[in-house]
Ligand binder design. Structure first.
Ligand SMILES: CC(=O)SCCNC(=O)CCNC(=O)[C@H](O)C(C)(C)COP(=O)(O)OP(=O)(O)OC[C@H]1O[C@@H](n2cnc3c(N)ncnc32)[C@H](O)[C@@H]1OP(=O)(O)O
Length: 269
């Protein structure tokens, strides 16, 4: 990435770390081309400011007639994630994530990516296995496999990729188990409650055959609101009620959606 000014005046170090204190420059005009068929930039000064991410910028000060070029960048940031561990348990964690990584097209596969990534790891005192990766591209996956032996990922249901060892080499304080969702059975669907009332109504004999109760008490339904003084007993005989099948009524036969089944199958492979 060449610029019509001396990069070395702006960035004195080979690797510069930029964060939210960076001032956003002018907006670019016209249609630009972005890597990986992206329609908009993932990384910009204003995004850096609002999201508290960190950007590592690598330059080669010798190129471009001594004015230097930007070789590439690496953006990282902490994100609260809900992840699945190897056993499929939900875990809440806030790992450092790789959000964007790019080396200029003509300089790829020259070791610059490794130099930049290693710099960030030393700066953060971190192992790559403890990080999460936001939608890594095939090139990046190959990079992680080649340089850091990260090959076995733990399947997730979001776009983040974590590798074997992510959950092992972490203190309990860094990982919080998310309590499992209450089983559906404990929450009574409204439709079932309604049906119980109907059953009670059907059991009760219609007036005047019903056993004589307090004149203030309606026999039509224990939940009926006819408790007011002087209210008439219900005269209408209970009609047979044909209820549509309750939603989820066949739960016992089909406990999970095919989608969840297939996720589980994948996880156990
Ligand atoms: C979370 C995210 O940011 S996902 C997006 C990642 N970025 C991209 O895909 C953009 C395009 N690619 C790039 O910018 C770079 O190739 C990077 C950042 C992935 C790697 O940087 P590089 O400087 O090329 O890596 P470096 O030279 O240190 O390591 C080379 C290794 O990276 C991988 N790699 C790099 N380029 C390629 C490629 N074109 N095809 C396949 N693998 C590649 C390979 O494992 C390669 O080793 P090899 O040449 O022996 O096969």
């Amino acid at each position: 990435m060449e610029f019509p000014f001396d990069i070395n005046h702006l960035f004195s170090e080979r690797v510069t770390v930029l964060d939210q204190n960076l001032a956003a420059g002018r907006k670019s005009v016209g249609r630009e081309k972005f890597a990986q068929q992206l329609t908009a930039p993932i990384t910009s000064a204003s995004k850096l400011q609002s999201n508290r991410h960190q950007l590592y910028l690598l330059k080669d000060g010798e190129r471009n007639g001594g004015r230097g070029v930007i070789v590439g960048f690496l953006k990282v940031g902490y994100k609260k994630l809900f992840l699945l561990d190897q056993r499929g348990a939900h875990i809440e964690a806030e790992p450092l994530c790789v959000l964007d990584f790019y080396i200029a097209d003509n300089l790829q596969r020259h070791g610059y990516g490794l130099e930049l990534f290693d710099f960030m790891l030393q700066h953060k005192h971190l192992e790559p296995v403890l990080m999460a990766y936001d939608r890594p591209s095939p090139k990046f996956l190959s990079f992680l496999s080649k340089h850091y032996c990260l090959t076995e990922s733990v399947p997730q249901v979001n776009n983040f990729v974590v590798f074997d060892g992510f959950f092992l080499n972490r203190s309990a304080a860094q990982l919080r188990k998310v309590p499992p969702k209450k089983p559906d059975g404990e929450i009574k669907p409204y439709s079932l409650m309604e049906r119980e009332v109907v059953r009670q109504e059907q059991k009760a004999l219609p007036w005047p055959f019903a056993p004589h109760l307090s004149p203030h008490r309606s026999v039509s339904s224990p939940c009926s609101r006819s408790l007011s003084v002087g209210s008439s007993p219900s005269r209408a005989p209970p009609h047979p009620v044909h209820l549509p099948p309750a939603p989820g009524g066949n739960r016992g036969q089909n406990p999970q959606s095919p989608h969840i089944d297939s996720c589980r199958a994948r996880r156990t492979r």
